[in-house]
Design a protein around this ligand. Structure first.
Ligand SMILES: Nc1ncnc2c1ncn2[C@@H]1O[C@H](COP(=O)(O)OP(=O)(O)O)[C@@H](O)[C@H]1O
Ligand code: SF4
Ligand SMILES: [Mg+2]
Length: 338
């Protein structure tokens, strides 16, 4: 669709580990509509960070693309030269890495670190850089007088705001934030997410918010992309997907996290862990943990199909989703898998 800022098709990324390969992202397909905030969610080890880094091509040395395409604003990112890709970073696509708030350089003031982006990458002169840095601080809700402070003088939440300010420095079209509120308490999480959402609205940018916490997606994202074991298993409009999920993993994930807006509600964990990606199971990778698995699930290829209205799911039993959802709401359904 032409109003998508980003389109990811059949993306495959592997890590070389010894003499073998771990396929951390295996045939991931999703798109990011312009001006939307999209949550990329799944448990730890499902390939979210690998996707996020793949989109920016800032990857570990051992990582390689094994297939697929990434279209950003009409360009195929995977075929750009490294200098062309480098031009795009910060200016068009900004990345806030996992633990960004802890990776600010402790020996330099925040202003110096913002200047590095504004002056060296953005071509600002010193006076304009100061004005822009003040504007950025105002945007993320920090007093401009604090530009001269060092990272240790800020709380975790404030440092995360600084990381957002840095990402926005050169007016990117797309911001990718990897676990931006993990390790912050719930009140600060909400404040940061509110800031991110209001900036996204105001600036009309697109945001990919990577998180293991589906309640973060429920709180702030327009769309959701659920990953499991390197694959996209469900995607669509957040309200539609979370009100009526088609994939049992999404149903389970939703039961397993507390609502960000209230601490009530019984939590039901999904027993077990995602599979080892150096040797993933055949068929549906969720089958070993799925209360609804049938024999055919363990042998068939499971396509991501459109279940209506731009809502996609990769489950062989998607035609029975209403009944499965009713069962998934009962804790005993999941307890039987223990
Ligand atoms: N540098 C690396 N070398 C080898 N394997 C890696 C590396 N980084 C991640 N992996 C593996 O890739 C898989 C996906 O990891 P990651 O993308 O970090 O997941 P997530 O962000 O969802 O927690 C995991 O199985 C992880 O062990
Ligand atoms: S394909 Fe089968 S095992 Fe996989 S999620 Fe659907 S019902 Fe469960
Ligand atoms: Mg991660």
């Amino acid at each position: 669709m032409s109003d998508d800022i980003l389109r990811v098709e059949g993306l495959k990324i592997s890590y070389a580990v010894g003499t073998s390969k771990v396929r951390a992202v295996d045939d991931a397909t999703f798109s990011i509509p312009s001006g939307s905030i999209v949550g990329l969610v799944g448990e730890s080890g499902c390939g979210k960070t690998t996707v996020a880094r793949g989109l920016t091509r800032i990857m570990a040395k051992s990582a390689s693309f094994d297939g697929g395409e990434v279209f950003f604003d009409g360009k195929n990112l995977l075929s750009l030269s490294e200098p062309d890709m480098n031009e795009l970073r910060w200016r068009d696509i900004a990345f806030i890495p996992q633990s960004a708030m802890n990776s600010l350089d402790p020996v330099y003031t925040i202003e110096k670190q913002i200047n590095e982006v504004l002056i060296q990458r953005g071509g600002y002169n010193k006076t304009d850089a100061r004005a822009r840095a003040e504007e950025l601080f105002e945007m993320v809700g920090i007093e401009k007088q604090r530009l001269g402070d060092y990272p240790h003088q800020f709380s975790g939440g404030m440092r995360q705001r600084v990381a957002i300010a840095l990402a926005l420095a050169l007016n990117p079209k797309l911001v990718i934030a990897d676990e931006p509120v993990t390790a912050l308490d719930v009140i600060v999480q909400r404040q940061i997410l509110d800031t991110l959402k209001s900036l996204q609205d105001k600036l009309g940018i697109s945001v990919i918010l990577v998180t293991h916490d589906i309640s973060v997606v429920a709180y702030v994202c327009d769309r959701i992309v659920v990953m499991y074991a390197g694959r996209v298993v469900e995607s669509g409009d957040t309200t539609t997907v979370l009100t009526a999920p088609y994939h049992p993993y999404t149903m389970g994930l939703y039961n397993a996290f507390p609502d960000l807006q209230s601490s009530e509600g019984l939590l039901t964990p999904i027993e077990g862990h995602p599979p080892d990606l150096s040797n993933p199971p055949d068929g549906c990778r969720f089958a070993p943990r799925c209360p609804f698995a049938e024999d055919r699930c363990r042998t068939s290829d499971i396509p991501l199909i459109d279940v209506g209205g731009g809502h996609f799911a990769a489950c062989l039993r998607s035609s029975e989703a209403d009944a499965l959802r009713e069962q998934a709401a009962k804790p005993e359904t999941w307890a039987e898998m223990a």
